[in-house]
Design a protein around this ligand. Structure first.
Ligand SMILES: *Cc1c(COP(=O)(O)O)cnc(C)c1O
Length: 395
């Protein structure tokens, strides 16, 4: 095969405002860190960087768990890592399903031979702990798994009651924190979460490519007491931890420059502090919702169950989903997400994650949406920017 190198243009993706379900906008400090020289993965300098990452990550997860590391892969790799290490063929696993990502966990449990027990809730609503309690009284689950921030619907799942139910049942409590980590309180030790995984491209505002995970002592005991080897070689934590631990035993080559970027993103979080970061996410969310509701649009999720970083907005009747999203991207460089599954064509998913969660993005989005809805002859009620500004002024 012959190719002409000149046919391939120089890379030039342009700047976008990433207000979808991830990735979020990446601060230039993170991109610059990623452009540092690639050195050997067992170079003493890189080993010190690996140590920094583990310490900074414990701060972010609010845990003392020694095994707190990034998996080389995206959020779904972290999901698979937790399940594949904690579940053996035939183990009973309760998975709470109220959106796409709970469904994905259930799929993995089936693939690895776990005995899946689903607790379903309506998409767009939280899982009722009583429903879980009821199921658990009829089985002996090894793991109870739930999604903290369901990115497909914008629902925030309270964790305390489920953690109690899991521990009373002698089960490990596994939580998907892909979208919550870095944008709202994720306190592994306080909440007694045994296994958690996340992703770098949501509220951590680093490009996609790593999946931070953390395992409690209980989870490590379960790993050590397995009767069968972990079915995935690449994600087997009994080997991966010897690479990240003191032994530095080669397992796979860490994605060096990705780890540089991740470390910088974690440094930015530590500089801001978790408290201020969570407050910023709440504030920008409130301002966005104030503007959306004044315009005459409605939110999918009831107020008490909403996430601060992912806003599901109902698309009004007669408004063309694709046309609006195309115009946002082409005319305003704003990316938002469409609905998934049963919500396709029915909601917009507006992300305010990490670096993207900023008043300037909230105000720009509200005015862009207002302009486009007017052009579609939707009767927009005036005052969106004032309503958002009022929220900022309250402070
Ligand atoms: C994005 C996401 C995932 C999957 O992460 P990828 O990086 O796309 O593999 C899993 N769970 C939730 C809640 C997510 O939002």
């Amino acid at each position: 095969m012959k190719i002409n190198a000149d046919d391939y243009r120089k890379l030039n993706p342009g700047e976008r405002i990433l207000m979808g379900p991830g990735p979020s906008n990446v601060p230039s400090r993170v991109l610059q860190a990623m452009a540092a020289p690639c050195i050997g993965h067992l170079d003493p300098y890189f080993l010190s960087i690996m140590n920094d990452v583990q310490e900074l990550l414990r701060y972010l997860f609010q845990t003392n768990n020694p095994l707190t590391i990034p998996i080389s892969g995206t959020g779904s790799a972290g999901m698979e890592t937790c399940l594949v290490n904690l579940v053996e063929s035939g183990d009973e696993v309760v998975v709470c399903v109220n959106g796409v990502f709970g469904t994905r966990m259930a799929d993995i449990v089936n693939r690895i031979g776990g005995k899946l027990i689903r607790v379903d809730a309506e998409w767009g609503r939280t899982i009722d702990p009583e429903a879980v309690q009821k199921i658990v009284s009829d089985c002996t689950p090894k793991v109870i798994a739930v999604v903290h921030a369901e990115t497909s619907t914008g629902v925030c799942q309270p964790l305390e009651d489920l953690a109690h139910i899991a521990h009373d049942a002698g089960a490990l409590f596994l939580v998907d924190t892909v979208t919550s980590l870095g944008g709202m309180d994720v306190a592994l030790d306080r909440t007694k979460i045994d296994a958690a995984y996340s992703g770098t491209q949501k509220c951590i505002s680093c490009p996609p490519g790593l999946s931070p995970i953390s395992l409690s002592e209980g989870a490590i005991d379960a790993l050590e007491q397995r009767k069968t080897p972990v079915v995935s070689w690449y994600l087997d934590m009994s080997m991966v931890r010897d690479y990240w631990g003191d032994e530095r035993k080669y397992h796979h080559t860490a994605p060096i420059n990705m780890i540089y970027g991740f470390r910088e993103a974690l440094r930015i979080i530590a500089e801001e502090s978790l408290e201020r970061r969570f407050e910023r996410h709440r504030l920008n969310h409130r301002a966005l919702v104030a503007g959306i509701e004044i315009m005459g649009l409605s939110m999918l999720v009831p107020e008490s169950e909403r996430l601060p970083m992912l806003n599901a907005v109902c698309i009004p009747d007669g408004v063309d989903d694709i046309k609006i999203r195309k115009a946002l991207l082409n005319d305003f460089d704003i990316e938002i997400g469409g609905g998934l599954g049963e919500f396709a064509g029915r909601i917009w998913r507006v992300g305010l994650m990490g670096h993207t969660s900023h008043p300037r993005n909230v105000l720009l989005f509200l005015s862009a949406l207002e302009t486009l809805l007017k052009a579609e002859n939707f009767k927009v009620q005036p005052g969106a920017l004032d309503a958002a500004a009022a929220v900022y002024q309250e402070r």
